[in-house]
Ligand binder design. Structure first.
Ligand SMILES: O=P(O)(O)OC[C@H]1O[C@H](O[C@H]2O[C@H](CO)[C@@H](O)[C@H](O)[C@H]2O)[C@H](O)[C@@H](O)[C@@H]1O
Ligand code: UDP
Length: 477
C-alpha cells in the first residue's frame, strides 16, 4: 500500500481521516508493507524510509522537507487537486512551483520505494497525492501490477480540466493496471475525461487502451469494519466521555455531526440549516442539542485557516442568538474523539447529520448507521453529494445547499415513527454487513491480480447504475 497519510504507531495520537481508517482496517488482517509520508517535516530528510513493524504491517515512511511539504502537500495536492476534485474552482490556487514540487516528491517517493519492492509484489497506490507514482515506478523499470484508488470525487471534464498539467496527470493514470473510484459517476466522469482529451481509447465497459496498455476502470465503494463498530457501540456505555455526555444532555435529543474541518463538509450550510430548523420549529427549543465534532485539518493551508475562523464565529453567533441561559444549542468542538467514544455518541444520537457539499465516500455516515441500536435506531440525514448516498438508501437524502429542506428533514427525522426508522436502518445495515472494508479490499485486489479474467463484477463497471444519481427526497409538506 502506498498513501500519503500513514498512521505509524508511535505516540498514541489519532488523526481523523477516512483513508487511514479504511486502510488500517484492510491491512490489519492480511498484512503487508505500507509506504508513505511519516507526517513529519525535517531539515534534511533521508531518502531511505524508516521502517516500523507493528503486528502484520510493516510501515515504511519518509519525512518531508518544509519546501516539499509546502509545495506538494499544502500546495498542489490541497490547493489545486483537492478543490478541483470537490468542484470548488473558486478556491483553486495555481502555482508553477507547487506543481513542480508535486511531481518532484512523487519521483523521490518512487525512488525510495524501489529498493523495498519485490518482483511479485502487487502495489496499491492511494489517492490524489500520488497520481504520477506508477509512471515514476515504470520509468525505473518496474513491471509489477499497480492499482490506484481515488478516495475523493472525480468531477466532469469541464471542471477537471481546470487542473494545471491536466493532460500530464491524465497520461500518468495510463501507467496503472486498475483504477478505482467510490462511485460509478466518478468512474464515468474520469473515463469521459480521457476520451475528451484523446488519451487512449475506450475498449469496452470500464476498459481503456493507453499507449498499448489496458487500464481497467471501475467503482469500488469503500466499506467500514461494520462488526467492529457494532461491538464498539454496544459496549460504549462503559466509556467515560459517553457517560458524561449523556448526563450533560438531560432529556434533550442529540443531533451529531463528525467531520474534519474542511470546506467540502458543508459545515456553514449545516449550522445554518440547524438554526433554520429551530427558528421554524420553536417547540424544539431547549429540547435538542447539536454536537459538532470537528478536528482541525490542513491548518497551514490559507483556505482552511479562513474557514476555521468563519465556522467558529458562526457557531458562536448561533448560540448567542438562539441559546438560553440553560441551553447551548450548538456544541462546537475542535478536538479529535477516538472511535470507542464516537461509537457511543453515534448510538445515543437521534440524528446523524452528514451533509457534505461533495465527498468521495464519507465513512462517518456508515459508522453512524452501524452504531445504532437495532430496536430503536436514529435517522441518518445524508447529502446526495456524498459517495455514501449511492449505497445508503435508507437515509433521508438532502441537497445541502437547500437550507429550508435540510431544516425540514431534521424536523421529519425527529418525528419519524419507530417502524419507519427500523425499516430504513435495516436496509442500510444489510449493505454495510456485505460491503465491509475487507470486502472492498479483496474486490480491488482480486481485480488487480486477475486482470485477464472478468474480475470486475457487472455492478462495479462504470455503466452499472445507468447514470442514476441519488436524488434528495422531497421536503415534507
Ligand atoms: O490526510 P489529511 O490531509 O489529514 O486528510 C484526511 C483524509 O481526507 C480524505 O479522505 C477521503 O477518504 C475517505 C475514505 O475513502 C472518504 O470516505 C472521504 O470521502 C475522503 O475525503 C483524503 O482523501 C485522504 O487522503 C486523507 O488522508
Ligand atoms: O474526531 C474524530 C473525527 C473523525 N474521526 C474519523 O475520521 C474518519 C473520517 O472519514 P470520512 O470518510 O468521513 O471523511 P474524511 O475526513 O476522510 O474526508 C472517520 O472514520 C471518523 O470516525 C475520528 O476518528 N475522530
Amino acid at each position: 500500500m502506498v498513501s500519503n497519510r500513514v498512521p505509524v504507531p508511535k505516540d498514541g495520537t489519532s488523526k481523523a481521516g477516512g483513508l487511514t481508517v479504511a486502510l488500517e482496517g484492510a491491512l490489519k488482517r492480511s498484512g503487508g508493507l505500507w509506504f508513505g509520508w511519516s507526517g513529519e517535516t525535517v531539515e534534511n530528510p533521508s531518502d531511505q524510509a524508516k521502517v516500523v513493524q507493528a503486528g502484520k504491517i510493516t510501515f515504511a515512511v519518509l519525512d518531508l522537507s518544509q519546501k516539499d511539504y509546502d509545495e506538494y502537500y499544502a500546495g498542489f495536492a490541497n490547493r489545486a487537486l483537492w478543490p478541483v476534485c470537490h468542484y470548488r474552482l473558486d478556491l483553486v490556487q495555481i502555482e508553477r512551483q507547487e506543481l513542480d514540487g508535486y511531481f518532484r516528491v512523487n519521483r523521490a517517493f518512487a525512488a525510495s520505494l524501489a529498493p523495498l519492492l519485490r518482483p511479485d509484489d502487487v502495489i496499491w497506490v492511494h489517492d490524489y497525492h500520488f497520481i504520477p507514482l506508477a509512471a515514476e515506478l515504470r520509468r525505473l523499470g518496474f513491471k509489477n501490477r499497480i492499482g490506484f484508488f481515488l478516495h475523493i470525487p472525480w468531477p466532469p471534464s469541464d471542471v477537471a480540466s481546470a487542473l494545471p498539467a491536466y493532460q500530464q496527470l491524465l497520461q500518468g493514470f495510463g501507467a496503472y493496471d486498475l483504477i478505482g473510484f467510490h462511485t460509478p459517476q466518478d468512474a464515468e466522469n474520469f473515463q469521459r475525461c480521457l476520451v475528451r482529451e484523446n488519451i487512449g481509447s475506450p475498449t469496452g465497459t470500464g476498459e481503456h487502451q493507453i499507449d498499448g496498455h489496458t487500464v481497467r476502470i471501475g467503482a469500488f465503494p469503500v466499506g467500514i469494519d461494520t462488526e467492529g463498530f457494532v461491538r464498539a457501540a454496544a459496549s460504549a456505555e462503559r466509556n467515560a466521555l459517553v457517560r458524561r455526555t449523556k448526563a450533560s444532555l438531560g432529556d434533550r435529543d442529540l443531533i451529531i455531526g463528525v467531520d474534519r474541518l474542511d470546506y467540502s463538509k458543508g459545515l456553514k450550510q449545516r449550522i445554518e440549516a440547524f438554526s433554520c430548523f429551530i427558528r421554524s420549529n420553536p417547540d424544539f427549543r431547549n429540547r435538542v442539542t447539536y454536537i459538532q465534532i470537528t478536528p482541525k485539518s490542513r491548518s497551514d493551508v490559507p483556505e482552511y485557516q479562513r474557514m476555521q475562523r468563519e465556522i467558529a464565529e458562526q457557531a458562536g453567533w448561533t448560540n448567542g442568538s438562539l441559546g438560553e441561559v440553560d441551553w447551548t444549542p450548538v456544541r462546537y468542538v475542535n478536538g479529535t474523539v477516538g472511535h470507542a467514544a464516537l461509537a457511543g455518541l453515534y448510538r445515543m444520537s437521534r440524528i446523524g447529520l452528514v451533509t457534505p457539499l461533495r465527498d468521495g465516500m464519507n465513512l462517518v455516515a456508515k459508522e453512524f448507521v452501524a452504531a445504532q441500536q437495532p430496536d430503536d435506531p436514529g435517522v441518518l440525514i445524508l447529502s446526495r453529494f456524498a459517495g455514501a448516498a449511492h449505497e445508503l438508501d435508507g437515509a433521508i437524502l438532502v441537497n445541502p445547499y437547500d437550507t429550508e429542506a435540510c431544516a425540514a428533514s431534521i424536523a421529519r427525522a425527529l418525528r419519524m415513527p419507530l417502524e419507519e426508522r427500523r425499516e430504513r436502518w435495516d436496509s442500510m445495515m444489510g449493505r454495510l454487513r456485505t460491503n465491509t472494508v475487507e470486502a472492498w479490499c479483496q474486490r480491488f485486489l482480486s481485480g488487480l491480480s486477475d486482470l485477464s479474467n472478468e474480475s470486475l463484477e457487472p455492478h462495479e463497471s462504470i455503466n452499472a447504475d445507468n447514470g442514476r444519481y441519488p436524488f434528495s427526497e422531497a421536503a415534507p409538506a
